[in-house]
Design a protein around this ligand. Structure first.
Ligand code: GTP
Length: 179
């Protein structure tokens, strides 16, 4: 009975990862859920999800994280896919200016009703320092105008795990506080 009750009280948060191919969406999901990292690249086809049970501000939460395909030819997600999602993490690679510039178009192309979502911005691959193209997170300004708060931006590394748990916890807390 107690077990059932705890299941009932769990909050489900559906989080969608969006961004260019190769920025590390699958890797971030795997690092967060399994604490694993694979160096070889395997393209995501369509979408795939993993779940993780966490406690956020003493609330038991099930994070359902959806990894989507960055490669255009593998994108086939309809509007229905985004319905019911609580949060959208826009991911870029800090070593690729292009992936950063794409973030706004990802948001605009995929999301019909931006007000239904909580947005966060994740700059991945901070473990690679010397090739950094996106120097300052302040450059996020244009995004802030389109609804992404500065506080919701984080630099992470799916490779060594830097700030990954932090970023997802923060995203969950921001989303929960919004309700
Ligand atoms: P699509 O499935 O095409 O959308 O790509 P994706 O965004 O899911 O990227 P993926 O996680 O497959 O990672 C692409 C490549 O970058 C892989 O070779 C990863 O090993 C590598 N990678 C991902 N995250 C990091 C990171 O934080 N640091 C480094 N150095 N490499 C990373």
């Amino acid at each position: 009975y107690i077990r059932n009750k705890s299941v009932i009280n769990r909050k489900l948060l559906k989080v969608i990862l969006l961004g260019d191919s190769g920025v590390g969406k699958s890797s971030l999901m795997n690092q967060y859920v399994h604490q694993q990292f694979a160096a070889e690249y395997k393209a995501t086809i369509g979408a795939d999800f993993l779940t993780k049970h966490v406690m956020i501000d003493n609330v038991p939460v099930t994070m359902q994280i959806w990894d989507t395909a960055g490669q255009e030819r593998f994108q086939s997600l309809g509007v229905a896919f985004y319905r019911g999602a609580d949060c959208c993490a826009l991911v870029f690679d800090i070593n690729s200016e292009k992936s950063f510039d794409s973030v706004t178009s990802w948001k605009e192309a995929q999301i019909q009703n931006p007000h239904d979502f909580c947005f966060v911005l994740l700059g991945n691959k901070v473990d690679i320092e010397n090739q950094r193209q996106v120097l300052k997170i302040q450059r996020v300004n244009p995004l802030m105008m389109s609804g992404v708060q500065k506080e919701s931006s984080q630099l992470v590394s799916a490779k060594n795990g830097t700030c990954v748990v932090d970023a997802f916890d923060c995203l969950a807390a921001t989303t929960l506080n919004r309700d």
